[in-house]
Design a protein around this ligand. Structure first.
Ligand SMILES: Nc1nc2c(c(=O)[nH]1)N[C@@H](CN(C=O)c1ccc(C(=O)N[C@@H](CCC(=O)O)C(=O)O)cc1)CN2
Length: 295
């Protein structure tokens, strides 16, 4: 039987509807949430993602601020922009679109973001809170893609509890934080991070009830690495040439033959990508609610 679809587009639309109501309530309390985006350079994909974030803000009533800087911006100039956002009361949260040009020290930039305005949950303080949290007691912003993975599955009525989850990839925006989220008390899955240092990748994947593929290698997950009925979430994305048209197209990490063995599948595009954008809005709204409560 064909895999059922974990529909990220539809789920993100539902979440945005819920957030629009929370934003309206915040405005009644005198606080308009404002998301700023910082975009460096001309990468078309980054421009398109940032454009999507601003459209999302408009849809739910969040104000938005765009900062666009040339590829040649220096570390000091970029940090000065972040200082301004840290001090701008109209900006209640912001993100720096990744990746940054090679001459920029990304770790220093992420550290420069005020942890209170860190809409991506990627500041070391917030990643540290994620490590310290066994449940959700510290109430800090969560990295958007991992949180989107958790939410997408739960909103299709599937429980993570007791599931063996193999996360393919150990990157800082997806794999590592996802391992921590999966093992939180309210999620209670068993997580294995599978990576280039894993001795037998196929064996680790074959054991899993759920595979989250986040390596950005086209069709990295093959049919013989997937157990029958597994849940597959395709997160990694690559731009490859279409053999028929010669045009560039998006391809995920999961091969079509692997999908044929799955019970549930989140496609790429149309799965975790829209959820990443929705969870960014969740962070912005939750941060603004904390600010309103503290005022
Ligand atoms: N500061 C950050 N930078 C980056 C992040 C991030 O979470 N924070 N993640 C990615 C890019 N990204 C968001 O920024 C992102 C990528 C993809 C999508 C998405 O909805 N994709 C669509 C397909 C889009 C297309 O057709 O081009 C989909 O999957 O359906 C949303 C957000 C790296 N940088």
């Amino acid at each position: 039987m064909a895999a059922q679809i974990l529909d990220g587009k539809a789920t993100a639309a539902t979440i945005k509807g819920e957030l629009a109501e929370r934003v309206a309530a915040l405005k009644e309390r005198g606080l308009t949430p404002g998301l700023a985006t910082v975009l460096v350079g001309d990468d078309p994909a980054s421009h398109s993602y940032v454009g999507g974030k601003h459209r999302d803000c408009e849809e739910v009533g969040i104000a938005s601020i765009r900062v666009e800087l040339p590829e040649t911006v220096t570390q000091e100039e970029l940090e000065a922009e972040l200082d301004q956002l840290n001090n701008d009361p109209a900006c209640t949260g912001y993100i720096v679109q990744l990746p940054l040009p090679k001459h920029i020290d990304t770790h220093r930039i992420l550290e420069k973001i005020s942890p209170e305005k860190d809409a991506d949950g990627l500041h070391p303080t917030n990643l540290g809170r994620l490590v310290l949290n066994v449940g959700d007691e510290l109430n800090s912003p969560l990295p958007c893609t991992p949180n989107g993975v958790i939410e997408l599955v739960e909103r299709h009525g599937i429980s993570w509890k007791g599931k063996k989850v193999a996360v393919l990839g150990r990157g800082i925006t997806v794999g590592r934080p996802l391992g921590l989220l999966l093992t939180r008390k309210e999620v209670n899955a068993t997580a294995t991070l599978v990576h280039t240092g894993t001795e037998d990748v196929s064996a680790a994947l074959r054991e899993a009830d759920v595979i989250v593929a986040a390596v950005g290698v086209p069709h990295a997950v093959k049919a013989d690495q997937v157990k029958d009925g597994a849940i597959l979430l395709d997160v990694g994305v690559s731009r490859v040439e279409d053999a028929e048209t010669g045009k560039k197209k998006l391809t995920g990490d999961v091969s079509p033959e692997a999908v044929a063995k799955a019970s549930w599948y989140s496609p790429n595009p149309g799965g975790v990508g829209p959820m990443t954008r929705a969870m960014l809005l969740v962070n912005v709204v939750e941060t603004a609610e904390r600010m309103a409560d503290a005022a």
